[in-house]
Design a binder for this molecule. Structure first.
Ligand code: EPU
Length: 423
């Protein structure tokens, strides 16, 4: 297993390109299975989760070709015949559960492993299953698998997501477009990943009303065609680098290839830190403030502050002068980075679902590790401003979600090397 060795502190300067989004790509890949002809998706990042999902899709007999140099994925479902997503793959990545909606929608049958545990807290799939039942599918659980069946035409009906869920919205959309006479999803997710999926499904021939609102109405169509589509830029990667840039007073970074419209309220909230933010058509420039302001933040569904930036934000607040509070209202215990950041010198305390951060504290290098993607990257951000050497272990998780992370940060002035942690 690999680790990062980070020497700090270093400011970040220059340009950092933003990669295609993992969380937007995965639903588009699942949607490709619904088409009667091949789909091509560009701007696909080279990430472990993408390779895993390629393999999940291949199990079904679908032909997947990933041109890594161009970042282009071609998915041809002509030979899709095996309607299963096995535990060995699904346990590696929760989003494999999108196979349930895609296979059920296209073929009326699916056998998909339950995703199992996660690096933080419970992440249930009750809304996915109850939503499919409300649509008219038969769902039973057998030996850790979801067995789903649906007739050619389901009447549909409606289902209210409580709480709103990105994954459940995606699964219900995938299952209904070819099968439900009329199905309404109330309190549907409006995250850009959902909007992109629905818009692309429209291009494939689907009938979906209310895209971008919290009520989606889907009416069955007989068939969908494959299309050529472009994946969105990664809004969480962009937010992560904006935060990284604000943490060192000498940093001045321009992010390129950003889908600015996908960032919701984040850039506005970010300005509360005192950082100087300039937004272009597809660029964001962040000049760090001399003194970071403390903030009170609550994660919210889109367009609010994303939970996927919560760990990075708390870490940034260790450098703000005063008391900050960061509350996660989406996941109540996504704080595995706190004891690790504390080892670097952070003053953080978790009370219920809030991290209280007192700053400004100097950080000092140490060995740290995490088993969660966003927690891991927050430790990299801390390492870049910590005095001395920080080892971030188990960066396996970073490779799931940040393309070329050390190359991008090193090109902007960081000192990060990858090494075998067991050597
Ligand atoms: N929930 C339920 N029951 C369900 C499904 C969800 O109670 O059946 C709850 C969850 O426990 C949570 C809330 O609903 O409290 C929202 O979870 P959601 O279903 O929206 O999350 P997800 O679809 O499983 C996606 C992203 C996550 C991101 C969340 C929230 C992907 C592949 N994953 O997960 O991204 O944190 O939405 O925005 O798109 C990451 O990239 O690091 C990551 C974890």
């Amino acid at each position: 297993m690999d680790k990062f060795i980070i020497e700090g502190p270093t400011p970040l300067n220059g340009t950092i390109p933003i990669s295609g989004s993992k969380n937007a790509a995965l639903p588009l890949m699942a949607a490709a299975l619904l088409g009667d002809s091949p789909t091509t998706i560009t701007n696909i990042p080279k990430l472990r989760d993408i390779y895993t999902f390629n393999n999940v899709i291949r199990v079904t007999g679908t032909h997947v070709d990933f041109n890594e140099e161009e970042g282009t994925l071609s998915i041809d479902p002509a030979n899709l015949a095996h309607l299963e997503a096995p535990y060995e793959l699904v346990r590696k990545m929760r989003a494999s559960f999108y196979m349930l909606g895609a296979l059920l929608g296209k073929f009326g049958q699916a056998r998909v492993s339950l995703p199992g545990g996660c690096a933080w807290g419970p992440r249930p799939v009750d809304l996915h299953l109850n939503g499919l039942r409300a649509m008219g599918a038969e769902i039973r659980l057998e030996e850790g698998y979801v067995i789903a069946e649906a007739p050619r035409k389901m009447e549909g009906g409606s289902f209210t997501l409580n709480p709103s869920s990105v994954g459940a919205t995606i699964n219900l959309v995938l299952a209904s477009v070819l099968r439900a006479e009329k199905f309404t999803i109330n309190n549907a997710a409006k995250e850009p990943d959902v909007v992109l999926l629905c818009t692309r499904l429209l291009e494939m021939g689907a009938d979906i009303e209310g895209i971008g609102t919290d009520t989606l109405t889907i009416r069955r169509v007989n068939s969908l065609e494959g299309v050529s589509i472009r994946n969105a830029a990664d809004r969480i990667e962009a937010g992560t680098f904006m935060i990284a840039a604000a943490m060192h007073p000498e940093s001045d970074v321009t992010l390129t290839g950003v889908d600015v419209g996908d960032l919701g309220h984040f850039p506005k909230i970010f300005q509360k830190t005192g950082a100087d933010v300039t937004i272009g058509d597809d660029t964001i420039r962040v000049k760090a403030p001399e003194k970071l302001n403390p903030t009170e933040i609550k994660t919210q569904i889109y367009p609010g502050f994303p939970t996927d930036l919560q760990a990075q934000w708390s870490t940034m607040m260790t450098q703000a002068s005063g008391a900050s509070a960061v509350t996660d209202t989406i996941y109540y215990d996504r704080f595995s980075y706190v004891p690790e950041a504390t080892r670097l010198g952070a003053d953080m305390k978790v009370v219920e679902n809030t991290v209280h951060v007192t700053g400004k504290t100097p950080l000092k290098g140490a060995s740290v590790m995490s088993t969660d993607l966003r927690a891991s990257v927050s430790l990299v951000l801390a390492g870049m401003i910590a005095e001395g050497k920080t080892d971030v272990l188990r960066i396996y998780h970073l490779d799931r979600g940040y393309e070329d992370l050390e190359q991008k940060l090193t090109a902007a002035g960081a000192q990060i090397t990858r090494a075998d942690q067991d050597a």
